[in-house]
Design a binder for this molecule. Structure first.
Ligand code: FES
Length: 663
């Protein structure tokens, strides 16, 4: 027993020699091995569990046996009785070393564990909790050594957790004395950002909750997470109630401009909505909103400003000055949120006047700064927010696509909601269509199809235009070919031009020449934005394109490519990033390290203002053609047969398109 014993911790492989009798938790701490603890080694929280890897480890040069640890004693028995301990598991704070041993620290016992993401190109999230729970036993007051309860609490935290110079959130003080006495001088303190005591409970508190919210102009979504395990406990969402002040962002900014104090109404509406979502999410996790200790937000610049109670008027016109482009940290109560009184809010930084904290969230979820290859992240809304680059350089811009991709400015357009046509196929010979409607699993030519059709949404109109182009009914300039009327009664005169009738009846769904122009203008703006950033970066090819947001999840990338929404890229490398902004909010909720990284990245990103870039217009004109006036699309040609280009002079054709679109 007197000789030193060797211990190796897996998976880190850290090893050391210690005098027998040392607890494994202490050995782990000495070696810098990541083992969690809330109770500070008192055998009551169960977070420090490990298991012995038994057997011969020739590479490590030792034989490991379970009896190299002291047998399970009363503390572990008491814990196992209360909470149950899996077979083979030991509490590392109770088990002591008495021989050579290899110890496995399971992921759930690691404070900085990796959360594996499900997406195909997953990066894992490394937990770096912003809130830590620290159990302490505080000395009772002593008449002979007078000191305040707060001072003795801080002394206990310094002694047991090595936490010194802690601040105390103002909300903690009123409950401090009662809580300490209620818990018999045993308490758990929540420490935020390793700096501030924000909450205190009598005895042992084992759960800390946080909320990650994505404040979109149409919908607000929130995920309730366990801050210590990273688990998502509930996900909730609702329409943004600000819609009653204006359907889109600019009409809400106009509302503020026209109505003095209007920003307060909009701020109140969004904060109330978040309070409702927090309560709903907490109830689903059998908790209360008062259990939420941390909250993070992403949102476009206007949403960001309104959430923070900032007047968004400056964002309504050039030069689109943000009030702040830094991350905002403040007590959640200052945002009018009814969470735990000490709860802390973190709002991700905006990047530029049109490139918001939602894009910062997308960057955090996708991490283009870790890629060797050139990646484009595209979030399509009323504006397309574009980030392009790799680990050496990142650029961002916003391109004014307008709302056509969301179904607005389209004759039969509507939001992506039940009843909207979302998929379209057109027979290249007969031009007969079939389509799918949101809310129905059947195609329109199936006998079971009986969905009510109300309009066509962004993905539907994109597919319709792309299919008509592939069928030769729309030429590269975007003109609906009237000669097709002889071949199909679907092509009909519509004033001096022609339209394609996707659906007869009530409502009739026509793809008009103006609809095609609106889509051309939107896609040309998007592609021009991407090409502008490619120019700046000096590249002519993208290795990967990730489409973020609801639109990105809905769209069939093949049709986006046919239409030339984006520069040519292997179809297999174009994919949806899902709700990447929301994922970014969740990462920032779970990782202090990630917060530092995104703040640093946002500072480094080069912001390009498309409005003042002379090349934007030239790119725009060239991108009006389908898929493009001059750029080759070899990757696209591998998966679809593109109609032969008929026009001799693509640029003049594109210019005609542009003129017609502007008329
Ligand atoms: Fe809490 Fe071991 S550290 S039970």
């Amino acid at each position: 027993m007197s000789e030193e014993a060797q211990v190796v911790f897996l998976p880190s492989g850290r090893r050391g020699r210690f005098a027998p009798g040392i607890s494994l938790l202490k050995a782990a701490r000495t070696l810098g091995v990541d083992v969690d603890s809330v109770c500070g080694g008192r055998g009551i929280c169960g977070r420090c569990q490990i298991s012995v890897a038994e057997g011969d480890f020739p590479k490590l040069g030792l034989v490991s046996r379970a009896d190299a640890l002291t047998p399970s004693g009363d503390t572990e028995a008491a814990y196992a009785k209360r909470k149950s301990l899996l077979p083979g598991r030991r509490l590392s704070c109770s088990a002591r070393l008495c021989g050579d041993v290899v110890v496995d620290v399971p992921p759930e016992s690691q404070l900085h564990r990796q959360l594996v993401r499900k997406a195909a190109e997953a990066i894992s999230i490394e937990l770096d909790p912003v809130v830590r729970l620290c159990y302490v036993e505080v000395a009772e007051p002593d008449l002979h050594a007078p000191s305040s309860d707060l001072r003795r609490l801080r002394d206990a935290l310094a002694r047991d957790w090595g936490l010194t110079d802690l601040d105390c959130d103002g909300s903690l003080l009123p409950m401090l004395q009662k809580t300490l006495r209620q818990g018999g001088w045993k308490a758990t303190v929540a420490i935020y950002d390793s700096r501030t005591m924000i909450a205190i409970w009598p005895g042992l508190q084992e759960r800390a909750l946080g909320l990650a919210a994505d404040v979109g102009s149409t919908t607000i979504a929130a995920h309730l997470c366990d801050l210590l395990s990273g688990d998502v406990l509930a996900s909730v969402g609702m329409m943004n109630p600000q819609i009653r002040f204006g359907e889109d962002l600019m009409s809400r900014v106009s509302y503020v401009m026209m109505n003095p104090g209007g920003e307060r109404e909009l701020t109140h509406a969004v904060r109330q909505a978040i309070n409702g979502l927090a309560a709903e999410a907490a109830a689903r996790a059998k908790a209360g909103a008062a259990d939420i200790l941390a909250v993070t937000f992403v949102g476009n610049p206007v949403m960001h400003h309104l959430l923070l109670g900032l007047d968004p008027t400056e964002l309504g016109g050039a030069p689109f000055a943000l009030a702040t482009d830094m991350a905002t940290r403040l007590p959640a109560r200052e945002l009018g949120l009814d969470l735990h009184p000490g709860a802390q809010a973190y709002v991700l930084p905006c990047i530029a006047g049109h490139v918001g904290a939602d894009t910062a969230g997308v960057i955090l979820a996708e991490r283009p700064d870790l890629s060797d290859e050139i990646v484009a992240l595209v979030d399509v809304g009323t504006n397309a927010e574009i980030v392009l680059g790799n680990r050496f350089r990142l650029l961002a811009c916003s391109s004014p696509t307008g709302p056509a991709f969301e179904g607005a400015q389209i004759s039969a357009g509507q939001r992506a909601a039940p009843g909207a046509i979302e998929r379209v196929r057109i027979d290249p010979v007969t031009l007969e269509p079939r389509f799918k409607v949101i809310g129905s699993e059947f195609w329109s030519d199936a006998p079971e199809f009986d969905a009510a059709v109300t309009g066509i949404c962004g993905s539907g109109i994109i597919e319709a235009v792309a299919e008509l182009f592939l069928a030769g009914a729309i030429d590269a300039d975007g003109r609906i070919d009237g000669t097709m009327a002889a071949r199909s009664q679907r092509v009909r005169a519509d004033g001096p031009v022609f339209a394609y009738v996707l659906r007869d009846g009530d409502p009739g769904i026509w793809i008009t020449q103006n609809d095609v122009r609106a889509i051309q203008l939107a896609k040309a703006a998007l592609q021009a934005g991407v090409r502008l950033l490619m120019d700046r970066l000096g590249v002519d090819k993208l290795a990967r394109i990730r489409l973020a947001g609801a639109f990105g999840s809905h769209i069939d990338v093949k049709y986006a490519a046919v239409l030339g929404m984006l520069p040519d890229c292997a179809i297999s490398q174009m994919s949806s990033a899902g709700n990447a902004a929301g994922t970014g909010a969740r990462i920032a909720l779970l990782s202090a390290k990630a917060r530092g990284e995104i703040e640093d990245l946002v500072r480094r990103i080069e912001k390009i203002e498309t409005a003042v870039e002379p090349n934007f217009q030239a790119h725009f004109v060239a991108a009006m053609a389908i898929p493009h006036a001059s750029a080759p699309y070899p990757e696209l040609a591998k998966v679809v047969t593109l109609p032969e280009r008929k026009s001799a002079n693509r640029d003049s054709g594109a210019r005609r398109s542009r003129r017609r679109a502007q008329q």
